[in-house]
Design a protein around this ligand. Structure first.
Ligand code: MCN
Ligand code: CUM
Length: 798
């Protein structure tokens, strides 16, 4: 793009414009329209009774007192759900999940019954009036307990499930990896636990189901990141015809993966509305959200690097033990049981690798995948970068140099990883150089030496990452057999104003702003002339929703493609208006002109008018179209994050001195929004590394299901960031060269913080402290010179 073209684009809010977010007008003014803002005539309220125990047999449930409370319309239990075959529902990972417990409760906070009443207070009181008699069973809170001899079988509801193992899975070349290890000069090993974490968006989950007996139509307003998938799931589970189901995602107050799964509350509100023929609203409270929905991570990683003494990585060997909770309900679109964990070490040129993974049940809320993650890529990159730091230390090599010598080089793209992924493009060494310069690497190392002599602990952590973003393509990715692609529909009105709809669903990422910029880039219409709508299955074209930072790589690409279809038709209209043949018409941003006399031209707006008022003979009127986009590959952004810290030896408290981020996500549609995504991701990374404590005791009690322990950093705690955008490697297969960015900083960030703290205490012999690096853990590591595990169960006095 020439400079003058780029300036023209900025003028109309096109590609590269840091256009202000149009959605923020309503959000900042308190005029958003969230699920809980919606009130329908005659609407009732649903509250859920949750299990206080992690594992117990249900002996009896007495709901009679709840029914007697004035204002109560319905009390639902598992037994009643079972009469409609709805006590259990299928999960997106081909398991089953209890909607309301029948035989046993399997985690603390599990849904046992629910009450539908005139208002939420009556419903809550009535929940408390329900008597449940439990017979407690021993609880399992980690994979080692799950597979121990004599462990109670959690899923005794299932046939052919004699134990707590969900799967054993492997990928890579075992024999080749074994051979490479035999030839290694040095073998470096690391084990760690990536703790449970929770997306905790500001808005909790909720739904309003509205079944209309007269029309037989079910409308559900709900907090979902993927409305069309929910429609398919409701059609299957509730056995309702698909065209009689309308799912609407209104404004969403943050998703972060929490709003991908299907929750019992949704199902109960739907059934209640069908039974009562009135709208039923369910809005979760904060503790309900924290204790029962969408956990992520909880994985034990153990791996080895085979190394040559000059620093070359010869092979990677890795084992993962994933704790999935009581139901295997991962909402992830791959056929790989462990998600995309095997994207680990993708940015390094590793000749051979082997990964094994085992999934187990435990007495915890189901979870495993979704929190700003692209399905275990967060764990993959965390392990990779912690392992790289440990290996560099074992070799006595500089960690930056060690990375550089093992990176996939610019000439190697497209690069096939040993686990089978195909990397599209990147300039890894260049990003690292920018980062090292920005952080003042050499200088910092000198300061660190000097400070150490004075008994002060400074540390620098590096994390580099690449991430497979943009599920699918449809050849390799599907959900319940529905192939992964996405869509966009563009309607250009006669005055040149337009409405764009996609199959994605923004939850704060800014699609209403950025999609209009893509249309502006492709058609030359000012972005402000394009409104963007998502989330209503009756109007939006079919799409797979927003997660895995797939919107830009897939739906965003569909936006380009549909705009190009519109432009192709506009070209025919232009030729007609200019009275020349189509081949003689040239395009520049917003205007067609005659090649031989560039002064003779028509604007895109004039073409739009002609589509309704002056089309050539035989041409179909109107200027509307739809595009479905099936990406040929994932997009692979790259990033380098550098963090410097000071650790206080006496207390274990650590402070961040500096954070430098170099992100290459290809072409940036809206640089300001991209920076916002990176800052948000780094804030979450900092929170996970520093302060977010949510775990379990030996009885399976969830410790930290509150914002006193599971801290959300505010502007006060959050350090400042220095962001760099000078490296741009377009994705070769994306129509505008963009790659995803939404998760990168949350994926790559945590290792930079942990590496910084471990670097600061180098010399103590400590290889690992599990997140969160709470002061007492860091203090213990320094004082006793040993690793500190964060694996549950925690001691009662913790
Ligand atoms: N963008 C851009 N140029 C690029 C890439 C992206 O301008 N080269 C813009 C996009 O147009 C979009 C935003 O950045 O407005 C994020 O785009 P993308 O990387 O495609 O990610 P998605 O839109 O698919 O968002 C999903 C991603 C995920 S999976 C989680 S989890 C997460 C995240 O986004 N949840 C979020 N960021 C979040 N941000 C907010 N505010 N709220 C959430 O719930
Ligand atoms: Cu994995 S959390 Mo996001 O993909 O919605």
């Amino acid at each position: 793009m020439s400079v003058s073209q780029a300036l023209d684009e900025i003028k109309i809010g096109g590609l590269g414009a840091s256009r202000r977010r149009v959605e923020d007008d309503r959000f900042i003014r308190g005029k958003g329209n969230y699920t809980d803002d919606i009130t329908l005539p005659g609407m009732l309220h649903l509250e859920i009774l949750r299990s206080p125990l992690a594992h117990a047999r249900i002996k009896s449930i007495d709901t009679s007192k709840a029914w007697d409370i004035p204002g109560v319309h319905l009390v639902l239990t598992g037994e009643m759900m079972a009469t409609r075959n709805l006590a259990w529902m299928p999960t997106l990972s081909y398991d089953t999940q209890a909607v309301l417990a029948t035989d046993k409760v399997r985690f603390q906070g599990q849904e046992v019954a629910c009450v539908i009443a005139d208002d939420p207070y009556i419903a809550k009181d009535a929940c408390e009036a329900i008597d449940v008699e439990y017979e407690p069973l021993p609880a399992i809170v980690n994979p080692a307990q799950a597979v121990a001899d004599g462990a109670p079988v959690i899923r005794d509801d299932k046939e052919n499930q004699p134990d707590n193992v969900i799967y054993n899975w492997e990928v890579g070349d075992k024999a080749g990896t074994d051979r490479a290890f035999e030839q290694a000069d040095v073998v470096s090993r690391l084990r760690l636990h990536y703790p449970r974490s929770h997306p905790s968006p500001i808005e909790c989950c909720g739904s309003i189901a509205d079944f209309n007996r007269a029309t037989s139509k079910l409308t559900v307003y709900m907090t979902t990141q993927a409305p069309h998938i929910i429609r398919a799931a409701v059609a299957l589970v509730a056995e309702l015809p698909e065209h009689m189901i309308r799912i609407v995602s209104p404004d969403i107050g943050g998703g972060f993966g929490n709003k991908v799964p299907v929750y019992p509350g949704y199902v109960c509100s739907i059934l209640a509305s069908i039974l009562l023929e009135r709208p039923v609203k369910w809005i979760e409270d904060k503790s309900g959200n924290l204790i029962s929905t969408g956990f992520a991570r909880d994985i034990y990683l153990d791996g080895e690097l085979a190394l040559r003494k000059d620093g070359k990585i010869l092979a990677v060997r890795m084992h993962a033990d994933a704790d999935h909770g009581a139901f295997f309900s991962d909402a992830q679109p791959s056929k790989f049981k462990i998600g995309l964990l095997h994207s680990t070490f993708a940015c390094y040129d590793v000749p051979v690798a082997h990964l094994t993974a085992r999934g187990t049940y435990s007495n915890k809320a189901p979870g495993g995948v979704a929190y700003r993650c692209s399905f275990r890529v967060t764990e993959a990159m965390f392990f990779q970068e912690r392992m790289i730091a440990a290996a560099a230390a074992d070799l006595g090599m500089d960690p930056a140099e060690f990375r550089r010598m093992n990176f996939v080089t610019d000439e190697q793209f497209p690069h096939r990883t040993p686990f089978g992924f195909l990397l599209d493009s990147g300039q890894y060494a260049k990003c690292l150089d920018v980062g090292l310069k920005a952080v003042g690497y050499e200088d910092f190392r000198r300061q660190q030496e000097e400070a150490r002599k004075r008994g002060k602990l400074l540390g620098l952590g590096i994390s580099t990452m690449t991430e497979p973003l943009g599920a699918g393509n449809s050849r390799e990715y599907d959900i319940l057999g529905i192939k992964m692609f996405d869509s966009a529909e563009l309607k250009v009105h006669m005055t040149g104003k337009a409405i764009l709809r996609t199959g994605a669903k923004t939850q704060g990422q800014g699609h209403e702003t950025t999609w209009a910029q893509i249309v502006a880039h492709e058609l030359g219409l000012p972005a402000e002339d394009v409104i963007v709508e998502e989330g209503d299955t009756d109007t939006a074209p079919f799409g797979m929703g927003t997660y895995a930072s797939r919107s830009t790589p897939v739906a965003g690409a569909a936006v380009s493609m549909v705009a190009r279809k519109i432009r192709a038709k506009a070209r025919r209209l232009a030729a007609h208006l200019l009275e020349v043949s189509e081949e003689d018409v040239e395009w520049e941003l917003g205007r067609f002109y005659v090649r031989s006399s560039p002064d003779r031209g028509v604007t895109i707006q004039e073409c739009a008018m002609a589509a309704y008022s002056n089309m050539p003979d035989g041409m179909e009127p109107g200027l509307e179209n739809t595009a479905f986009y099936d990406p040929p590959n994932l997009t692979w952004p790259f990033a380098v994050y550098l963090v410097t810290v000071e650790v206080d030896q006496e207390t274990g408290v650590w402070d961040v001195l500096n954070i430098v981020a170099v992100d290459d996500c290809g072409v940036r549609i809206n640089p300001m929004i991209v920076e916002g995504q990176i800052m948000g991701g780094l804030t979450e990374a900092y929170a996970m590394a520093n302060m977010q404590f949510i775990t379990f005791d030996a009885e399976g009690n969830c410790v930290g299901a509150n914002y006193m322990d599971y801290l959300l950093p505010t502007a006060w705690e959050t350090p400042g960031f220095e962001l760099h955008s000078e490296v741009v490697t377009p994705s070769p297969h994306h129509p505008i060269g963009a790659k995803g960015i939404g998760e990168c900083a949350a994926v790559g960030g945590p290792a930079a913080f942990v590496n910084a703290v471990i670097d600061a205490i180098a010399g103590t012999g400590v290889r690992n402290i599990d997140m969160p690096l709470l002061p007492d853990r860091v203090w213990e590591a320094i004082t006793h010179g040993h690793d500190v595990s964060g694996a549950p169960p925690v001691r009662a006095d913790d």
